[in-house]
Design a protein around this ligand. Structure first.
Ligand SMILES: Cc1cc2nc3c(=O)[nH]c(=O)nc-3n(C[C@H](O)[C@H](O)[C@H](O)COP(=O)(O)OP(=O)(O)OC[C@H]3O[C@@H](n4cnc5c(N)ncnc54)[C@H](O)[C@@H]3O)c2cc1C
Ligand code: FES
Length: 277
């Protein structure tokens, strides 16, 4: 019998660790039965028992079916409880829900990932997919921006990606700190530079971060000749049911939980231009 999508399953925290001062990552395993497969870009509803439930993107490798990985910023009561879990704790999981980054369909193209802040977490499964199948793509670039060097997520992993000869990685921070020798400035500066050396028509772009950052990144991509139907973004809204029932996450005529969170840009560009939606 199919699992009731409103019923959380119990998962045990295999391992939890701190990424940044207010961000933690947890690896989960189901207490009963198999882990459910997911596609890059999808999210789960994570339930801190007695506190509440929130939407959190899956940030691990979809090819590694042994564990479920989530990266969480403590911004309130529920995310704080989840970011504070320890090894062996038990939480509830519903999902996976929502649409995916269609990265597996974009073979033969130059894949450009543009991430801002915690937006790297929902993109990471798609990045793993391209790195695991790198020979199927003509190029791969990651442009990642954070507020400061201390806010750079997955710093060791980024270093490893940067050391690969088949991958271009550009990191920038809004505000430097003592010892920082890298780039300073908004993400569109390295993005524009990367795009000026590429053929925009061959680029497929996946963008995730604060809405203002996504808006300016899309403008850069369009100006470089990237086709509008080759740009995908991920949207966030408060969620309750995650199955297209309660209407909490309505976005124009769409529900973000069901029709998103990943949208092709040309299908939502008119809505994004209207700030109040
Ligand atoms: C599809 C999707 C994927 C997400 N993936 C992640 C993820 O991988 N990691 C992660 O840390 N967070 C993620 N979030 C955001 C996360 O769901 C919210 O931070 C969480 O709901 C906050 O709940 P809270 O009760 O802890 O805080 P609250 O007390 O509810 O809120 C604290 C602050 O966060 C703001 N906030 C609440 N919910 C959201 C939201 N959905 N988007 C933006 N701001 C919000 C509130 O306006 C308030 O300012 C995702 C959200 C969605 C919809
Ligand atoms: S969260 Fe209920 S409709 Fe999307």
């Amino acid at each position: 019998m199919a699992q009731d999508p409103m019923l959380p399953r119990r998962y045990r925290v295999k391992r939890a660790w701190s990424e940044l001062s207010d961000v933690s990552t947890m690896e989960l395993e189901p207490i009963d039965g198999e882990a459910v497969p997911f596609a890059p870009g999808q999210f789960n509803m994570l339930y801190a028992f007695g506190v509440g439930e929130v939407a959190i993107s899956i940030s691990g490798d979809a090819a590694d079916t042994d564990k479920l990985v989530h990266t969480i910023r403590n911004v309130g009561a529920i995310s704080g409880a989840l970011a504070g879990v320890s090894d062996g704790d038990v939480i509830g999981v519903r999902g996976p829900f929502g649409s995916a980054w269609p990265v597996a369909q974009e073979t033969g193209r130059h894949i450009v990932f543009v991430a801002g802040g915690l937006g790297l977490a929902p993109l990471r499964p798609a990045i793993y997919h391209v790195l695991n199948n790198r020979e199927q793509y003509s190029g791969m670039t990651l442009v990642y921006g954070a507020r400061s060097p201390d806010d750079l997520l997955y710093a060791d992993e980024i270093k490893a990606w940067k050391s690969r000869f088949d991958t271009e990685v550009e990191i920038t921070v809004d505000h430097a700190a003592p010892g920082w020798t890298g780039q300073v400035g908004v993400v569109t500066v390295p993005l524009d530079r990367t795009l000026s050396g590429s053929n925009g028509a061959e680029v497929s772009a996946f963008v995730c971060g604060p809405e203002i950052m996504m808006r300016f990144s899309v403008m850069s991509l369009m100006a470089a000749g990237v086709p509008e139907d080759k740009v995908w973004i991920s949207m966030e809204r408060n969620m309750k049911c995650a199955i297209g029932f309660c209407g909490h996450c309505q976005f124009g005529g769409d529900f973000i939980c069901r029709d998103g969170p990943v949208f092709r840009h040309d299908q939502v560009s008119r809505l994004i231009a209207k700030k109040e939606i």
